[in-house]
Design a protein around this ligand. Structure first.
Ligand SMILES: Nc1nc2c(c(=O)[nH]1)N[C@H]1C(S)=C(S)[C@@H](COP(=O)(O)O)O[C@H]1N2
Ligand SMILES: [Mo]
Length: 201
């Protein structure tokens, strides 16, 4: 069992993994929009971020509560499985581990779920230690709805489909379970450096 304490995070060299261009990717300066459905419009009054943990542990934040937490700036390279990469994007958000403060954790897997119904699965360790954020600003401004605003997950060391837009909740669970694209044949883990695009890669 791990208990997350405030101050758990804070490596000085928080960055977003390897630099360079993963195999099979090309660099674009555009910021394409890739959404499996329509863009949900979420009012900040109604917005909640919900965390479901082990042993019935649950927490939720209103927008004001979430924005009152200590955010940090992140510069990250984005790699989409459709082969575009966008380098040096700047975001503001909270490290996921900050949201887990005081929570007792036995589970190894997480399902991220979005307003609109999208889901994606990740190992919990891939969300910790300066590897993942819940971001609410892109290049110094509120994230455009098409790109996942009010808030999206940012997990830049994995293909971008793991970075759930319009994030609504994170659920910890003992067993892994494929999310939306993973169930349709995308790789369960999605490491761009190993070209884990599809389930047989
Ligand atoms: N909720 C939700 N999140 C999502 C998606 C989606 O369809 N719905 N698409 C994923 C995919 S496949 C990619 S490549 C990125 C695209 O992010 P962008 O539209 O900001 O470029 O979002 C990911 N997150
Ligand atoms: Mo994608």
């Amino acid at each position: 069992m791990t208990v997350f304490s405030p101050g758990f995070s804070g490596r000085p060299d928080r960055g977003a993994g390897k630099s360079g261009i993963p195999p099979g990717q090309y660099v674009t300066r555009e910021f394409p929009v890739l959404s499996a459905g329509p863009t949900p419009l979420i009012s900040l009054d109604a917005w909640r971020l919900e965390l479901k943990g082990d042993r019935g542990f649950a927490r939720s934040w209103t927008w004001d509560e979430f924005r009152a937490l200590d955010a940090e700036e992140v510069t990250a390279d984005l790699h989409c499985v459709t082969r575009w990469s966008k380098l040096g994007t700047r975001w503001t958000g909270l490290p996921v581990e900050a949201l887990l403060a005081e929570m007792e954790v036995d589970s190894e897997f997480v399902i991220a779920s979005s307003y609109g119904g999208y889901t994606t699965n990740l190992p919990l360790v891939d969300l910790l230690d300066g590897k993942a954020w819940v971001v609410f600003e892109y290049e110094g401004r509120a994230i455009e709805p098409e790109h996942g605003g009010p808030a999206r997950l940012l997990v830049p060391h994995l293909y971008l489909w793991k970075s759930a837009k319009w994030l609504r909740g994170l659920r910890l669970q003992a067993r892994d379970e494929p999310g939306f694209w993973e169930a349709l044949g995308y790789h369960n883990y999605g490491d761009p450096w190993r070209e884990q695009r599809h389930w047989r890669d």
